[in-house]
Design a protein around this ligand. Structure first.
Ligand code: SAT
Ligand code: MN
Length: 593
């Protein structure tokens, strides 16, 4: 425990409001984790899985109405509405506290409140930020122990100050209509009620490490981004690091852990994972950009993960992992999800807890899915076979390239490079992607998602764009910026590019560009590879197919430019003039082309 006055006051304030029967201070010890697991197993909150096949693994189901982030119920409660910006929902902070307090009052009666001290980033690192989460869910405690560094050492690091993010979570009654995920950037506070789903309740993740941290980074001169971090080791032993921003459920985890095709591994190429979801970036040695992954685990999408698609992710889940909303097989106490293998089990229970067998169909003859499309695994990062030896480096890793990407059936080519940092910020700002099951709402609708931060930016996105431009001015060595799209489809709707490990072929071109080892060709939207410079050795594709994947269709991009203009219009005076200029350049390039 601690005698930090601010921590004690914080705990007391919410204990007085929510009136739990007990308060348990989480210390990060193995013993306490075991005790809590036993309690959760005895109440059915979790099921212990087969200790031989999946040692230390647990199974959990959320409520059926509580399976993804809820963006329409997520609020940025800045004092001035203007600072929230046009892309976030706003609530007045006083109104929000009053509203949530009223709903949460007395809600922990008969329950226990857990106090979780945690660090985002290695404890003591110059990047690290600390938080205390209050929750009435053991599932949340067990997940936080995997996803963050939970330890009493955090109290020492606070050194008697209130320099921690106050995170309040209560399940209350899991009511959809009273579900609120509120961020108070000026108060370093997060308040989340009526949910039990990961992204809404593991408050170190999106709420802190992106929404609150993006605001802190804006004020303090660094950046919090929705990015994976990977290292590519070349045959000469040199390792280069790449950060990649993609919307949720667009393959960040797969890219972060990719296994290069044989033509690369035989030459000695290797890929290392530093992070799969969040990067904190600062100017470091020599004026270069350095990145850390502030998390300590993976909260990955289960469906589609298998030996072939992502061997390293699957390996990461073989011990001490929590599976949420997948299929439970009571026969051998294991789990299954769509795409794990071609042998779905029988006599199981689906993510809703209903009897389920592989091959089951509904009244209309459609297959019944056993796992929810946004079902997840929470796995310790240390389990990852390709974890970078630099993962714990408190100074982070130097970033050579930044890639932006989304799911686009047509518009975006396989890869293109921004002409310079300013143009790169524009390329990130015009990102758009088809929506996925990671958030509630329609799936497959194209929406603007600048830098994949649309649901995660804790302040006005116009100021966020300006912050990107300002960071570029500060850096002496700027990473090159690229855009990729693995998801172009043919007329029948099939993906043209094989993706997964073969994305290494695109990374190679990107790294060659960083080393000035290959030329590029100008296009209206940026610099493109020559089709023959994408290595297709061992692939069932021709140079012509690559040329098609790199095609920039003028009519499509003219429509895109119109759409961007409309989107940019939302930001009014806060849109940096550099971006207006870049849009002008794009339009004039398209006219001239
Ligand atoms: O649900 S999370 O926000 O934690 C994961 C995601 O949507 O990227
Ligand atoms: Mn994410």
């Amino acid at each position: 425990m601690t005698n930090n006055k601010y921590v004690l006051d914080f705990v007391k304030k919410y204990a007085d409001l929510m009136t739990p029967d007990n308060i348990v201070w989480i210390d990060g010890s193995k013993q306490q984790k075991k005790e809590l697991t036993d309690i959760a197993a005895s109440t059915g909150e979790v099921i212990k899985l087969n200790n031989k096949l999946l040692p230390g693994c647990l199974y959990h189901r959320t409520a059926v109405n509580d399976v993804a982030r809820v963006e329409q119920r997520t609020f940025i409660c800045s004092r001035d509405k203007e600072n929230c910006g046009p892309t976030n929902n706003w609530m007045d902070p006083q109104e929000a506290y009053a509203k949530l307090d009223k709903i949460a009052a007395g809600s922990m009666k008969g329950r226990t409140m857990y106090v979780i001290p945690f660090s985002m980033g290695k404890i003591g690192s110059p990047f690290a930020k600390y938080g205390i989460e209050l929750t009435d869910s053991i599932y949340v405690v067990l997940n936080m122990i995997i996803m963050t560094r939970v330890s009493e050492k955090v109290y020492d690091k606070l050194n008697g100050t209130d320099n921690f993010v106050k995170c309040i979570h209560g399940k209350v009654k899991l009511e959809e209509e009273n579900r609120y995920i509120c961020q108070f950037p000026e108060d370093n506070t997060i308040y989340s009620i009526n949910s039990g789903y990961g992204g809404n309740v593991l408050l170190g993740k999106k709420c802190f490490a992106l929404r609150i941290a993006s605001y802190q980074g804006w004020k303090e001169g660094w950046m919090a981004e929705h990015m994976l971090i990977l290292g590519v080791q070349k045959p000469n032993g040199e390792v280069k690091y790449i950060c990649g921003a993609f919307p949720s459920a667009c393959g960040k985890t797969n890219l972060a852990m990719l296994i290069p095709p044989e033509t690369y591994t035989s030459k000695g190429y290797k890929v290392f994972t530093v992070g799969d979801d969040i990067a904190w970036l600062r100017k470091g040695k020599g004026g270069a950009l350095y990145a850390i992954n502030p998390e300590n685990g993976f909260f990955g999408v289960a469906p589609g993960t298998n030996e072939k698609s992502n061997f390293n992710a699957l390996q990461s889940t073989r011990s001490n992992t929590i599976f949420t909303n997948v299929v439970y097989n009571p026969k051998n106490k294991t789990v299954w999800w769509e795409g794990l293998d071609k042998n779905p089990p029988s006599n199981c229970f689906d993510w809703k807890g209903n009897p389920w067998s592989g091959g089951m169909t509904d009244a209309e003859g459609k297959p019944v899915k056993g796992a929810h499309p946004n079902s997840r695994f929470t796995a310790p990062i240390k389990n990852c076979p390709c974890l970078s030896p630099e993962f714990e480096n408190p100074k982070g890793v130097p970033v050579s390239a930044i890639i932006f990407g989304g799911r686009r059936a047509k518009a975006a080519p396989l890869v293109y490079e921004a002409r310079d940092w300013k143009h790169g910020v524009f390329v990130g700002a015009i990102m758009a992607s088809e929506t996925t099951a990671a958030a509630s709402g329609a799936v497959g609708v194209v929406r603007h998602d600048p830098m994949a931060m649309l649901p995660f930016c804790g302040y006005h996105m116009g100021d966020y764009f300006q912050h990107w431009l300002d960071m570029g001015k500060k850096l002496k060595v700027k990473p090159k910026i690229f855009n990729v799209n693995w998801f172009r489809t043919d007329d029948k709707g099939n993906f043209i590019w094989p993706g997964f490990g073969d994305n290494m072929r695109v990374l190679e071109w990107i790294l060659d560009r960083c080393d000035e080892a290959v030329d590029a060709v100008e296009s209206p939207i940026g610099l493109l590879p020559r089709p023959e410079d994408i290595n297709i050795e061992g692939l069932d594709l021709t140079v012509d197919t690559i040329a098609g994947l790199l095609n920039v269709d003028k009519a499509t991009w003219k429509a895109e430019a119109k759409d961007i203009e409309e989107f940019f219009g939302k930001f009014g005076d806060k849109l940096p003039k550099e971006l207006t200029k870049e849009l002008k350049t794009l339009k004039s390039n398209l006219r001239k082309a």
